[in-house]
Design a protein around this ligand. Structure first.
Ligand code: HEC
Ligand code: HEC
Length: 394
């Protein structure tokens, strides 16, 4: 979590080097534009104040990318994409501790168990529906007593690989994250960790499952082990996509249109922030880097208290993004096309044409992945015991 600030000139320079170095061998035919000759974000020069200046108007005149033709050209795109983005790993390992199958099995149950909410009507799956790409498609989610928070629910798919959790990165990993919603008054609204542990201990069927999942713990049912089990489940919520098949050598996994979209995505400069195997999720950046973006949300400032972190958010992963509308931390933007247009304007000082936006959307469709339906199937939950607290609608 080191890159919590907006771009300094040094970071921009690094980005240009990455792009320039990566396209030494142009994947497209003779005379076609190379990445560096197009408007990368670094081309805007820092002003005396250190802010990025809008690009010269003629920079927008660069010819549109064309589909790479022939095996060698496609190989070039592949090796460049491998270097700059990369294929999705099958799971997000937790440093030091291998994921136990028993923890995953338990975590799946807890993920679906609404008894971890005050009125037994909200579970993780209420806001992160696993059969809907891990989101609820609402601008902001509805929790206990139909209350709404002020941020959009991001997807849980592939989230375990993010540099940190939440839009502002306030939780380090999925285990720490899972402790939040259960006690959040507008989400699941249990009054205390103790209350959650009481619920779990009151359900007789959970005792052997916690014991199997945490065999070395003297007291297996704790708030911490609840979060660890949910985290273990989330660490395999990965959605490999056609783009990964392409990176692994299957050339026809991407259509010619998707390849043009990939070129457009790379040359427009999206990659500077949306990089790595998740096409995002690896750093924090200011929303409104080149032009102030209207939002009241302080972003990462609330976590670091550092003025430079105002309106700084985690760069979201673009995997499955075509399926997770609405967009942005406040869910204020309904369509992906409009979101991309705003990205051009506020992050890159670049007016993207409708064709460029459509091409990028086509590329993003190749990032829509799948998961084994058995892995996410709603499990049968153990019945409540005599001491299980009754639902509390207050
Ligand atoms: C009432 C809706 C709601 C419920 C219930 C809920 N979440 Fe969330 N979740 C959200 C919202 C909204 C955010 C973003 C909040 C923020 O960034 O400040 C979020 C963020 C997350 C993230 C971070 C993803 C990222 O990209 O940073 C993960 C992981 C997650 N939730 C998992 C869970 C788990 C596990 C549970 C159950 C224990 C759960 N959520 C319950 C609404 C909900
Ligand atoms: C300077 C960094 C930066 C650049 C360059 C950038 N983005 Fe973003 N992007 C962000 C940040 C930060 C957010 C989160 C904004 C928010 O909601 O607070 C974001 C959000 C998005 C979202 C919304 C995702 C969601 O789930 O809500 C999409 C889609 C997106 N970007 C696509 C693009 C595309 C396409 C490009 C290139 C045209 C691009 N971005 C360039 C930093 C960047």
């Amino acid at each position: 979590m080191t890159k919590s600030r907006g771009f300094g000139p040094a970071l921009v320079a690094t980005a240009i080097l990455v792009l320039a170095g990566a396209c030494g061998e142009s994947p497209v035919g003779d005379g076609d534009p190379e990445l560096v000759s197009q408007q990368a974000p670094g081309e805007a020069q820092p002003s005396e104040a250190g802010a990025l200046q809008p690009p010269e108007p003629e920079a927008a005149q660069t010819p549109p990318p064309v589909a790479p033709e022939g095996a060698a050209a496609i190989e070039g795109v592949r090796s460049r994409s491998r270097q700059l983005l990369g294929a999705l790993p099958p799971e997000a390992p937790k440093a030091g501790t291998p994921i136990r199958e028993e923890q995953i099995r338990l975590g799946r149950m807890l993920y679906y168990d609404a008894r971890l909410s005050k009125n037994h009507d909200v579970s993780c799956n209420t806001c992160h529906l696993l059969d809907r790409f891990g989101v609820d498609h609402l601008p902001t989610s509805v929790g206990h007593r139909d209350q709404r928070g002020d941020r959009n629910a991001p997807t849980v798919y592939n989230a375990a690989l993010h540099v940190a959790q939440f839009w502002d990165g306030r939780a380090a990993d999925v285990e720490e994250q899972a402790k939040g919603p259960v006690l959040n008054p507008v989400e699941m609204a249990l009054p205390s960790e103790e209350a959650a542990v009481n619920v779990l201990r009151s359900i007789p069927g959970y005792a052997p499952l916690f014991r199997a999942a945490f065999p070395n713990e003297e007291e297996p049912i704790t708030y911490d082990s609840m979060a660890r089990a949910i985290g273990a489940f989330e660490r395999r919520l990965m959605t490999p996509a056609p783009f990964d098949a392409f990176l692994e050598g299957q050339s026809d996994a991407l259509s010619a249109e998707a390849l043009i979209g990939l070129e457009t995505f790379l040359s427009a400069g999206c990659l500077t922030c949306h990089m790595g195997p998740l096409v995002g999720g690896s750093m924090f950046q200011k929303l409104g880097l080149v032009e102030d973006y209207p939002t009241e949300d302080p972003g990462r400032f609330a976590v670091t208290n550092n003025e430079a972190d105002r309106k700084v958010f985690k760069v979201p992963s673009l995997r499955n993004a075509t399926e997770t509308a609405p967009y942005f931390h406040d869910g204020s933007i309904e369509t992906l096309e409009e979101t991309i247009r705003l990205m051009g304007r506020y992050q890159l000082a670049r007016t993207l044409s409708d064709d460029e936006i459509a091409a990028i959307v086509t590329f993003l469709r190749s990032l829509v992945g799948t998961i084994d339906p058995d892995y996410i199937r709603r499990p049968e939950l153990p019945p409540s015991g005599p001491d299980t607290p009754a639902p509390d609608p207050t």
